[in-house]
Design a protein around this ligand. Structure first.
Ligand code: HEM
Length: 280
């Protein structure tokens, strides 16, 4: 992660200004997850378009076409990997599991696993890095406190996850028993949409929840979900965010906004900015 971060910064810093999303926050987690899975020279522009369409709110049949496009890409990739010498990567390991114990992981499951790791593996972390930098630049006192004491970095990442969690809502849950929440009756089988970001600003649990404060005593947050489906990639995402923020802040002591940030992503799934112009 550090090596990829350094290479991206080496390429970006001589320019003096850049869109942080394009030059840094997007390629970092994508490169990491591709190396981990063993996805070769992925066509990043095409992949980003497909992946963005999948997590964006549905407009006509665009997202179906994107799902099919990515599924076809993954089928080809799995076939290629099956035919070439086994490599030391996660996708090859999953393929071996399937070959050795075929009834454990069907082709569909293998493809679905590659799919969620690739998409979940970067659509989220790009937003944590981007909104993280945006939030810090918008709170100069907090940024100065962090710069003065980098041991606050882990707590800062947790507060950024709480304050601007990259995932607004969890996947639907369905009530297994009747219950009442906040004065509403929920019947068996009702779909329940869980607002993770809203829970993270619950005034019952936090004092002054709309204040960004890296000195907050950790109370936990729901940004990686909860329970059996708790995010598989949480340790990786935290690692990437810590390395990215530390390296960027250390190498750009005068980092500043270079114009208004781009639009917030549409829809109720992802919280993130389309672009973030910065200079240094
Ligand atoms: C800041 C970055 C990330 C955030 C905020 C995030 C958030 C989440 C959330 C909220 C869930 C639970 C969804 C639910 O319960 O309905 C989840 C699940 C998951 N995440 Fe992440 N994620 C991040 C990074 C990653 C990364 C880097 C990977 C892969 C390496 C990853 C892989 C997964 C997988 C596979 C699941 C499904 C787990 C299951 O259903 O058992 N995530 N993530």
């Amino acid at each position: 992660v550090q090596q990829i971060t350094d290479e991206l910064l080496d390429a970006m810093l001589p320019k003096g200004r850049a869109d942080l999303v394009d030059s840094f926050a997007y390629p970092l987690p994508l490169t990491v997850i591709c190396e981990l899975l063993g996805v070769p020279d992925i066509d990043r522009v095409a992949f980003r378009a497909l992946s963005n369409a999948i997590v964006a709110p549905s407009e006509g049949d665009d997202d179906i076409a994107a799902f099919e496009g990515l599924a076809a890409y993954l089928d080809e990739l799995i076939e290629d990997k099956r035919c070439t010498a086994p490599a030391d990567d996660l996708l090859s390991a999953l393929i071996r599991t399937r070959a050795e114990d075929g009834d454990r992981l069907s082709h569909g499951e293998l493809r679905a696993m590659a799919f969620i790791l690739l998409v979940a593996g970067h659509e989220t972390t790009v937003n944590l890095i981007t909104t993280g930098v945006h939030t810090l630049l918008a709170h100069p006192d907090q940024l100065a406190a962090l710069r003065a004491d980098m041991t606050l970095l882990d707590a800062t990442v947790e507060e950024l996850l709480r304050f601007e969690g990259p995932v607004h809502t969890a996947t639907y849950r369905y009530a297994a028993e009747p219950m009442e929440i906040g004065g509403r009756s929920i019947a068996v089988g009702d779909p329940v949409m869980i607002g993770l970001d809203a829970a993270n600003r619950d005034a019952v649990h936090l004092t002054d929840p709309h204040r960004f404060d890296i000195h907050r005593a950790p109370r936990g947050h729901l940004s990686f979900g909860h329970g059996i489906h708790y995010c598989l990639g949480a340790p990786l995402a935290r690692l990437e965010a810590r390395v990215a923020l530390r390296s960027l802040l250390e190498r750009c002591p005068d980092l500043a906004l270079d114009g208004p940030p781009g639009d917030w992503l549409p829809g109720m799934l992802m919280r993130g900015l389309r672009s973030l112009p910065v200079r240094w």
